[in-house]
Design a protein around this ligand. Structure first.
Ligand SMILES: Nc1nc2c(ncn2[C@@H]2O[C@H](COP(=O)(O)OP(=O)(O)OP(=O)(O)O)[C@@H](O)[C@H]2O)c(=O)[nH]1
Ligand SMILES: [Mg+2]
Length: 214
């Protein structure tokens, strides 16, 4: 009996160590801020892209995942990130921080430029293993969020939806928000993570999804 129990605990411990392999990120650097395809890194590391409207918290999520305070620049100015930022994670994987959509003040020309850049990257990049699509957890997904989601589904891209800024609503409202988001995007429970960059809630679930794609 005793030996069985300790084997069981050993197994659980081992599993946790294995699972945290990538979560213990050591070396991270911004390899390139790309505006054109020819600038994308020529490595074959798997890539995970982060998409979502301006100011939703993409850079903040990246920073939490890699345990850095300020590697990915966060800003109070929406629409600041205008390039595809490739973050090399321990020479194993890239996070690709994609400029936010739905920035009202963006010009038509810059929106078109954005659209082309994103489309090229998301549809032609064999290294891309999945997309983390962020939505503001306080509200129902916007029309832009729904279009982005449908577009990703259409292209057969693996999606994890992350509802962010959950610290801004009380725990008692989480379940209701969760079903609202799931219903609006037509996704199942395992395709959605409720997240906060402040409390780091959801961080492990996001990592688990990423590791499942590598
Ligand atoms: N309370 C709270 N604030 C957050 C959270 N995530 C992001 N923020 C804040 O929201 C603002 C925007 O965050 P960013 O991470 O820069 O958003 P982004 O999606 O990268 O924005 P762009 O690069 O402009 O598209 C910043 O002031 C962050 O501090 C969160 O989970 N909780
Ligand atoms: Mg950003």
């Amino acid at each position: 009996m005793i030996s069985l129990r300790s084997d069981f605990f050993y197994f659980i411990q081992k599993k946790q160590i294995l699972r945290s392999g990538l979560m213990e990120v050591h070396n991270v650097d911004l390899t390139i801020s790309a505006v054109a395809e020819k600038q994308y890194p020529n490595t074959m590391f798997p890539e995970i892209a982060l998409v979502g409207r301006s100011n939703v918290g993409k850079s903040s999520l990246t920073n939490v995942l890699i345990n850095r305070r300020k590697l990915a620049r966060t800003s109070s100015q929406p629409g600041k990130t205008q390039t595809l930022n490739f973050y090399n994670i321990d020479d194993k994987l890239y996070f690709v921080d994609v400029p936010g959509y739905g920035y009202a003040k963006a010009s038509k020309a810059s929106r078109e430029k954005w659209g082309k850049m994103i489309e090229t990257y998301l549809t032609k990049r064999p290294q891309l293993k999945g997309v983390i699509a962020l939505v503001d957890g306080r509200h129902a997904p916007t029309d832009d969020d729904i279009s982005m989601h449908d577009w990703l589904v259409y292209y057969g891209i693996d999606i994890l939806t992350v509802a962010t800024k959950m610290d801004k609503i009380s725990r008692g409202k989480w379940n209701k928000q969760e079903s609202l988001i799931r219903k609006t995007l037509n996704i199942s429970a395992n395709e959605l993570v409720l997240f906060s960059a402040l409390t780091k809630a959801g961080k492990n679930d996001v990592w688990q999804w990423i590791e499942g794609r590598m």
